[in-house]
Ligand binder design. Structure first.
Ligand SMILES: *Cc1c(COP(=O)(O)O)cnc(C)c1O
Ligand code: SF4
Length: 444
């Protein structure tokens, strides 16, 4: 690996320095300027030089994944921002307006705030505990990404904090919480991208979990897009070797290091760098599972998914989840109706061998849990979606089929109505989801 692996970010401030920008029309530049003010925009030299096909603009999937496009905002929001830019609006007015638009885009979907656990009355920010076995942890240094996906609206959890002292305090709380929660087997480090944090910071969270006190923690999971957006994180970054050693330590301690890699398109699996990085991670004993949302304009075709899963299996990765894009941010641009999502999943799933059929989906991470669409069929003379929980706040409800009226346009769980004239879904009855999951009401 050579010099060119030095990370260089491109944002609204400097993207015009890219020679490739001459491929863009004035309209496309305007869209970046306008939409990039609402949805955070960041690309980097790897994405720009190795993933985007600049002869296929604007429809190239990797371009659409990382560069703002006009249709990602509603015409009304777009025009409001455009007008402000044209009029040189005062800073405070401008900020307030942008914020208003952002709030309209549902920045905190699926009740994420309600899953923040408490300990002796204190809210433990930086953690989420929604399902009994798994605690999500958001290390403060890992709340940015190597590039930003245009479908993601992570700004509410964006934090400027990068100080190691703060991380130590955070680590302390995480460890105290986990010590008491013996039913937790998995800790999932997420973000943003936790691998934007230094190996040193990550070690301060992870190494203590390898001791006897945490024997109940079996799996350290890392959810990251670094393999797609910056594989040099594992190859030539200053602390790449330290990161790899940390993964090795987890495996030597007899635990699983499960890397949940976010890949949206086969292109991300095609470079020399990503292949080397995958190999290096696997050589530590870690396993790589893969997941992605289904996105219009990026991967809404069964052949793309089949190709992605086959490539992943070729590289020794395990296909894990196909998600339905969340009801946030630029969802209207990327959304695929549930009916279509199921069709794409089924066609892709049926065209790969059993080895790749470890994947589950299409799955919605909604308020009650992860709901998978297992089929569309006719029952009692009614066309229905057959659904079930893959994950639920109440673990007793996992795996039980339930039915929603078929609606070819619906794109999310909250648009579905119970089938057969019922007024509620089974989980809505008798408070089956409980109110105080964080206090183990349902988990004992
Ligand atoms: C998906 C998810 C998990 C992990 O679920 P698995 O099915 O075990 O991968 C944990 N917490 C939250 C909030 C999730 O959305
Ligand atoms: S890598 Fe993940 S957290 Fe980061 S912008 Fe993309 S979807 Fe959002």
């Amino acid at each position: 690996m050579t010099q060119e692996n030095r990370y260089r970010a491109y944002t609204l401030r400097n993207y015009k320095e890219l020679p490739q920008i001459k491929n863009l029309s004035p309209e496309e530049i305007e869209a970046i300027e306008v939409v990039g003010r609402v949805l955070p925009f960041k690309a980097n030299n790897y994405v720009v030089n190795e993933l985007i096909d600049w002869n296929n603009i604007p429809d190239d999937p990797m371009f659409t994944l990382t560069f703002p496009r006009k249709e990602m905002l509603s015409p009304s929001h777009y025009n409001q921002v455009l007008k402000m830019l044209d009029m040189d609006t005062r800073d405070d007015v401008y900020k307030e307006k942008i914020n208003k638009i952002r709030l309209k885009l549902n920045p905190n979907p699926a009740g994420q705030k309600q899953n923040v656990p408490t300990m002796t009355g204190d809210k433990l920010h930086g953690m989420q505990h929604k399902y009994r076995e798994t605690v999500l942890f958001f290390p403060s240094q890992g709340q940015t990404c190597h590039a930003y996906c245009t479908f993601c609206f992570r700004w509410p959890q964006f934090s400027g904090m990068s100080d190691l002292k703060f991380a130590m305090k955070e680590a302390d709380l995480l460890h105290k919480y986990l010590k008491r929660k013996k039913k937790v087997t998995d800790v999932l480090f997420t973000g943003g991208d936790p691998l934007t944090a230094s190996a040193k910071a990550l070690s301060s969270y992870i190494e203590p979990l390898l001791t006897e006190e945490f024997a109940h923690i079996r799996t350290i999971r890392i959810g990251s897009k670094a393999l797609s957006y910056w594989p040099y994180r594992f190859l030539t970054d200053k602390d790449a070797d330290n990161l790899i050693e940390l993964f090795e330590k987890v495996n030597k301690a007899g635990k699983n290091l499960a890397y949940q890699a976010h890949f949206n398109h086969p292109k991300e699996l095609s470079t020399e760098a990503v292949k080397l990085a995958i190999e290096r991670i696997q050589n530590t004993g870690a396993q790589i599972r893969t997941q992605s949302p289904l996105l219009r304009k990026i991967n809404n075709h069964p052949d793309i998914w089949a190709e992605m899963w086959k490539k992943q299996v070729d590289l020794g990765c395990i296909p894990y989840y196909m998600f339905v894009a969340r009801d946030t941010g630029s969802k209207a641009f990327f959304e695929v109706p549930l009916d279509k999502a199921w069709d794409i999943f089924r066609k892709a799933y049926s065209s790969v061998s059993g080895i790749a059929r470890t994947v589950r989906g299409p799955s919605m991470s909604a308020f009650p849990g992860k709901v998978i669409i297992t089929g569309v069929t006719e029952m009692k003379g009614e066309k229905v979606f057959v659904l079930k929980f893959l994950q639920c706040r109440n673990p007793k409800l996992v795996g039980i089929p339930f039915f929603a009226k078929h609606d070819p346009k619906a794109t999310w769980l909250d648009q579905l109505k119970p089938a057969f004239g019922e007024s509620e879904f089974f989980y809505e009855k008798e408070n089956l989801l409980g109110k105080k999951v964080e206090e183990d009401v349902l988990w004992e």
